[in-house]
Design a protein around this ligand. Structure first.
Ligand code: NAP
Ligand code: 8YV
Length: 322
């Protein structure tokens, strides 16, 4: 331990660049997982957490000197932000630096789902092109589709702009209508689903969004319907989704996120009308490095200027003399 450097706890795994850069200003303390039982008496002076995963309330309570939690990711549903806010602990996330990458992935996943490109490549690799001839025509296409975005924030807007270039119509549902945009606004999710045939989910995982993509919404999307989820798995009722895909209530789904990651229900894996990715929407070296830098720079800003760079809205705190 170096004298006078603030000590930062890293519970569990995190991007390597975070670990490389933290020593610029901090001492790192590592524990295997975000578990309050792993906190020992000599950790009482820990002032910050850098995390890719969960920070439960009891971990915050176990660290009496905790001032700031820097979350690796724009979505911070793993951090008990209500508890942090009540205790005056600042939480930061990594907005903007990943928006274009995630939007690129969303479009890739949409096209993979519709045109079955992963399956077509598998056909080639297995020698079936030589043995059996052309890969079967894809029943679905992006042509003529009407796309609805559930969420039109930083990433949703980046997806919408890409969709415009593909010549498809774009509509959206959020709680508040966004000014100055030509996309059709729908005040309810079910209304949006009924108006489109392709629903892209890019809302945060919150209590308010939990399982909101349910059997009614999927039924409204209709038999030509395709669901793409690049937000959080918790937003979709996975049982209802499996039933809708099995029964032809909708035509297909492309999922980057799941309710109980990294576990994907066997019933989803068994389906042929889905395209499944292991939560990779931001997972390029360049974008993960930018996220890592923002985690570290948030902590450095907090301890040097007293203000984080990108605090989440629930914790708009400044550092007091402590
Ligand atoms: P953002 O800028 O905060 O946008 C969130 C959008 O969701 C806003 O349009 C917001 O509009 C809407 N929204 C929030 N709660 C809602 C509700 N209850 N009902 C309807 N709309 C709601 O966030 P972002 O940067 O675009 O990121 C969005 C989410 O994407 C993240 O929180 C994260 O969970 C996910 N994500 C996933 C990956 C991945 O690897 N798959 C990568 C990055 C991000 P209103 O406030 O007006 O409702
Ligand atoms: C990351 C994400 O994969 O930013 C988010 O909200 O879901 C992804 O960019 C994740 O946060 C890394 O753990």
């Amino acid at each position: 331990m170096s004298a006078n450097l603030p000590r930062i706890l890293v519970p569990g795994k995190i991007n390597e660049r975070v670990l490389q850069r933290l020593p610029e200003m901090f001492d790192i303390v590592r524990v295997e997982r975000p578990d309050a039982n792993l906190v020992t008496a000599d950790m009482a002076d820990i002032k910050g957490i850098a995390v890719s995963g969960r920070v439960p309330a009891n971990l915050m309570d176990a660290l009496p000197g905790l001032e700031v939690i820097a979350n690796f990711g724009v979505g911070y549903d793993g951090v008990d932000v209500t508890h942090a806010s009540a205790k005056g602990i600042a939480v930061t996330n990594t907005p903007d630096v990943l928006s274009e990458e995630v939007a690129d992935t969303a479009i890739g996943l949409l096209i993979n789902t519709l045109r079955r490109l992963p399956q077509a490549e598998e056909w080639l690799r297995q020698g079936r092109w030589v043995r059996e001839g052309a890969f079967p025509l894809s029943p679905l296409s992006l042509r003529g589709r009407a796309v609805g975005l559930y969420g039109l924030g930083r990433i949703g807007l980046a997806i919408a702009k890409r969709l415009e270039a593909f010549g498809v119509s774009v509509a959206y549902h959020t709680r508040s209508r966004r000014d100055g945009l030509a996309y059709a606004y729908h005040p309810t999710l079910e209304g949006l689903a009924a108006a489109v045939d392709t629903l892209v989910v890019i809302v945060p995982g919150t209590d308010a969004t939990r399982k909101t993509v349910d059997a009614r919404v999927l039924s409204a999307l209709g038999s030509n319907g395709v669901l793409i989820n690049v937000g959080r798995g918790s937003t979709v009722d996975e049982e209802a989704l499996v039933a809708a895909l099995q029964d032809g209530v909708i035509a297909g789904a492309g999922l980057d996120v799941f309710d109980n990651e990294p576990h994907v229900p066997d019933a989803l894996l068994a389906l042929t009308n889905v395209s499944l990715l292991p939560h990779v929407a931001s997972a390029s070296v360049v974008t993960r490095n930018a996220m890592a830098d923002l985690v570290v720079d948030n902590l450095k800003a907090w301890f040097s200027s007293g203000k984080a760079l990108t605090p989440v809205p629930e914790t708009p705190f400044e550092r007091r003399a402590r």
